[in-house]
Ligand binder design. Structure first.
Ligand code: SF4
Length: 421
């Protein structure tokens, strides 16, 4: 079958298990064609569908943009009691808006082909439940033809560093080397991550103006070896992150912990005011953590800083798979991630470890525990990944600058180690 050439994440399985989570978390904008199609479906209260089924959510009156409505409990108007989509049930999958059909997949230019990644905001992706992604090749090709704009295979490569860009054949070895770092079966996850932070930081500080071809591969090999020598094992003494590092970290975590859907806290003027006050509390880091979405309970900030013990094998597998899917899927830099360069994008991805573990600790302490279960880590990851690369707040200069500062000051590695203990 012809169509875009796809690179699939071989280690990932997925099938939808109808939890209805995406139908509650995402606000779906529809095209004019989709709007007309849904209007012609003639939905009424007898079908269990509230009116209006779509709402004008942005744009001037002469160019209105519509999204699917949500009910007061937060679900999409088409979500039924069994967690199924009414449009899908009555008219088939093809009748649904495109974003609903594509989720949780994402397609990113990768030279002459397209890398396929998945969003871990879907619990079935986190749990690796269902059919192997490679068995979905024909379905993904059809989807890619609809999603990928014409000419996208000619997209220029993203920046490698803040100043240098190399062609795709010289950029992709960096991505392969990162994947190779995480594929090492003999080292704990935290060691692999620590090494990857070290060698990508060196990449970010290097000049590639005159380096091309085999010399790039040679340099990558040298940097990876230097990181292996520098970090042979988990350090016996784990240093605390600096005060400023913790402050920056908490303000970033607050952005990952928020929820911007209809039934949650941060929409509308009152919601935005509550979010602002909550973020101020995160900045102070004293007293109780303000719950930013329904699953979290108020717990003392200090209770999240004590040792929780090392991660179990299942949590390590989830985190390794998460990093490898995001790396193989080019879901961490360039057009997939606020157009940031390779090294900076990887540092943002690395930050997902302390963010996930901080959120997992918050869930655990809320349940009266000071150790993590796989369920805590899975939920923490699903909450954090919902925003990673999709939240406008994380694209802003202040957020980008904080991630850069954490990487340059070495607090990024300290935070990863601190919350893994
Ligand atoms: S979040 Fe995942 S499993 Fe749940 S309904 Fe959406 S696609 Fe299906």
């Amino acid at each position: 079958m012809a169509g875009p050439r796809l690179e699939l994440p071989v280690l990932q399985n997925w099938s939808c298990h109808n939890c209805g989570g995406c139908c509650r978390q995402h606000l779906i904008e529809v095209t004019e064609e989709e709007r007309q199609r849904i209007l012609k479906q003639n939905w009424t209260a007898q079908d269990g569908v509230h009116q209006p089924v779509m709402q004008w959510h942005s744009g001037p009156p002469w160019r209105k943009r519509y999204r699917l409505s949500h009910t007061a409990d937060g679900g999409c108007v088409f979500l039924d009691e069994k967690g199924l989509c009414r449009i899908h049930a009555k008219f088939g999958e093809a009748a649904k808006p495109l974003p609903c059909r594509v989720y949780p997949f994402a397609f990113h230019p990768s030279g002459k082909s397209f890398a396929v990644s998945l969003r871990f905001s879907c619990p079935s992706v986190v749990a690796n439940k269902g059919m192997s992604v490679t068995q979905r090749t024909s379905e993904l090709r059809r989807m890619a033809e609809e999603v990928i704009p014409r000419g996208a295979e000619k997209s220029p490569p993203p920046l490698l560093t803040r100043t240098d860009r190399v062609d795709w054949p010289d950029l992709l070895p960096f991505v392969e080397a990162l994947d190779h770092t995480f594929a090492d079966p003999t080292s704990p996850f935290i060691i692999k991550l620590h090494r990857a932070i070290i060698w990508t930081t060196l990449v970010g500080q290097s000049s590639f103006e005159k380096l091309r071809g085999p010399r790039i591969r040679e340099l990558i090999g040298l940097l990876m070896e230097a990181a292996r020598v520098e970090i042979p094992r988990i350090p016996e003494k784990i240093d605390e992150p600096s005060r400023l590092g913790r402050l920056y970290f908490r303000t970033l975590v607050a952005q990952y912990a928020r929820k911007d859907t209809v039934a949650d806290l941060s929409t509308g003027p009152w919601g935005r005011w509550r979010l602002f006050r909550a973020i101020l509390k995160f900045t102070k880091g004293a007293g109780d953590v303000p719950p930013l979405q329904s699953g979290f309970k108020p717990v003392p900030f200090a209770s999240l800083e004590t040792p929780f013990g090392s991660l179990d094998a299942q949590s390590e597998e989830i985190l390794t798979r998460y990093f490898r899917v995001k790396i193989q899927g080019l879901h961490f830099f360039g057009s997939a991630y606020y157009d940031v360069p390779f090294a900076e994008g990887f540092h943002s991805l690395a930050l997902m470890l302390p963010v996930t573990l901080w959120l997992a600790r918050w869930l655990a302490v809320g349940e009266g525990r000071n150790h993590l279960t796989v369920d805590d880590v899975s939920k923490g990851l699903a909450i954090a990944d919902h925003h990673h690369g999709y939240s406008p707040a994380l694209a802003q200069y202040a957020a980008r600058n904080r991630v850069r500062w954490l990487a340059e000051s070495n607090d990024l590695s300290r935070l990863c180690l601190w919350y893994s203990r």
